[in-house]
Design a protein around this ligand. Structure first.
Ligand SMILES: Nc1ncnc2c1ncn2[C@@H]1O[C@H](COP(=O)(O)OP(=O)(O)OP(=O)(O)O)[C@@H](O)[C@H]1O
Ligand SMILES: [Mg+2]
Length: 503
């Protein structure tokens, strides 16, 4: 997993971004409110300055501004508070005179709206009025109406927070309280971020452990031929994919277990039937011997022979069941050896020769290279050949032929058991390797067979990791083919002198 694909890094990055955003917003907002508060406070404290100054002198006389008087009061006011800018306005807001130098103003009148609101009182502060020193800026102010004999002559308009004061105020703010606020804020953010990262680290460590456990489990079980490998992405993506994968696999396995269960039930049914039939027959003959007093010697021998036949049949059946159970158990071990297959095949063909002759079936062994060796469990491979040859001889009519062919390939010996007998119906073909399955030609009680032979064959070849194929045409014959691995070159032991020749 790439580092930047981990959930922890993603979450941390998102959180860091979020905290930076909150920090920036917090700084901007508190700056704004601090400014507002500063303006409100200044305006409230200085609200009565204009009224006080206006009461000190007669600033307008007979409609004319008294310049000298204004300069004097402005001077007095500025001595106390240098940030004040004093203007004298006429009734319409035109600036009559002021205490600033020439050319300092950018407008010649002041909007009277805010001034009237200020004079009425009962408005929320800060109240911003025109600042004549800027073309369109505003500032807090104090104002007073100038009356003579009850007549409104004009207004005294005092801008409170001059430019210079403004700048120094800001500098002071950032210098002390501001710095403290910023430090506190940054401290809080860093603390919050650090604790969140710790919690994330803890949570994501557990998630990562879970993910790697699930991935390890996936890797182990991928040998079973499940779908894809690991998906790219963070822990949650991987868990999601792994969960999907597992769900699919569990589904497949449950289906497989159900199938196997059904097969086992059927097998149990078949087997109990198969066991009971010869056992009942056997008991019948034994009872006849015991109860029938009129039995003569020939009849007794007849009974005994039949009973023996059924006993042999029972013995064989139980042997096959045990064999299959043993091959199924986890404890089964392959005792592999490097051996010449032709020799083994020749021995087994020899075992069947008498039976084939009796059935007038021509049994042949065709060997390409008699020296070719396989790396396999000889006892189990012998069992495979026996079961296949047994079936072939049994399903081939007289004058038919059964051929066992060994062809040496690059890495394997190809074994074919070919007959020109009855063949297998297409409907039976997919099932012949199932346990207890017998083709339509074999009615259960009529034959000596139990339908376990090919199941044993397939189980043994499975253990050798070998696939078996069957090709069959009803009436024309059947061919079973599989490849047995030859040992890796260089490990050929000395060859015995008495090599088998083609039978
Ligand atoms: N060479 C063959 N020719 C025709 N049919 C065959 C051949 N081999 C197998 N079959 C069919 O496949 C079925 C299953 O074979 P399998 O060897 O498993 O059981 P079986 O021979 O009936 O019993 P068992 O081998 O346990 O005595 C047989 O019943 C038969 O119908
Ligand atoms: Mg068989």
């Amino acid at each position: 997993m790439h580092l930047f694909d981990t959930l922890y890094v993603k979450l941390s990055a998102i959180l860091l971004g979020l905290f930076l955003l909150i920090g920036a917003a917090q700084v901007t907002l508190s700056r704004h409110f601090a400014d507002r508060y500063h303006l409100e406070l200044t305006q409230r404290l200085n609200a009565r300055v204009a009224a006080y100054v206006a009461g000190e002198a007669t600033l307008i006389e007979h409609g004319r501004a008294n310049d000298a008087a204004l300069k004097a009061v402005a001077h007095a006011a500025m001595t106390i508070n240098p940030s004040l800018e004093v203007y004298l306005l006429d009734r319409d807001g035109r600036i009559l005179t002021h205490d600033l130098g020439d050319g300092a103003l950018h407008r010649d009148r002041v909007d009277l709206g805010p001034v009237r609101n200020f004079l009425v009182g009962d408005v929320s502060l800060p109240l911003i009025g025109d600042d004549p020193r800027t073309p369109d800026g505003g500032n807090i102010f104090s104002a007073a109406a100038i009356r003579q004999n009850g007549h409104l002559e004009g207004y005294l308009y005092i801008v409170l927070s001059g430019h210079q004061y403004d700048r120094s105020a800001h500098a002071a703010e950032v210098g002390d309280t501001g710095r403290l606020a910023v430090v506190t804020l940054v401290g809080c953010l860093v603390f919050g971020l650090a604790s969140a990262l710790l919690i994330f680290a803890h949570l994501s460590r557990r998630l990562r452990r879970l993910t790697s456990a699930v991935n390890a489990f996936q890797d182990e079980s991928h040998t079973e031929g499940s779908a894809n490998g690991r998906v790219p992405g963070d822990e949650i993506t991987q868990l999601d994919a792994a969960f999907g994968d597992m769900r699919a696999r569990i589904g497949r396995q449950v289906a497989q277990i159900r199938r196997i269960d059904v097969q086992r039930r059927e097998l149990l049914g078949h087997v109990s039937h198969d066991l009971r039939t010869p056992l009942t027959a056997l008991l019948g003959h034994v009872d006849a011997l015991l109860l029938d007093t009129t039995v003569n010697d020939t009849q007794r021998r007849e009974h005994l022979l039949t009973a023996r036949k059924h006993a042999i049949r029972l013995n064989g059946l139980i042997g096959e069941l045990f064999e299959l159970a043993r091959l199924d158990s986890d404890a089964v071990e392959l005792h592999t050896e490097v051996l010449p297959l032709a020799e083994l095949a020749s021995d087994i063909v020899q075992e069947f020769r008498l039976r084939a002759e009796r059935a007038r079936v021509h049994l042949m062994l065709e060997v390409g290279d008699p020296d070719s060796r396989i790396d396999a469990d000889p006892a189990l491979i012998a069992r495979v050949l026996e079961n296949l040859i047994d079936n072939a001889v049994r399903h081939t009519p007289s004058n038919g032929a059964v051929r066992v062919r060994l062809d040496t390939l690059d890495r394997a010996i190809r074994v074919s058991v070919i007959d020109n007998g009855s063949g297998i119906a297409p409907a039976d073909l997919p099932h012949i390797f199932d346990r207890g399955y017998q083709g339509a030609s074999n009615t259960r009680s009529a034959t000596q067979a139990s339908g376990l032979g090919l199941a044993i064959v397939r189980r043994i070849l499975d253990l050798h990791q070998v696939q078996i194929e069957v090709h069959s045409q009803p009436g024309a014959g059947t061919r079973f083919v599989f490849d047995l691995a030859r040992p890796a070159t260089g490990s050929r032991p000395a060859i015995a002198d008495d090599r088998p020749s083609a039978a």
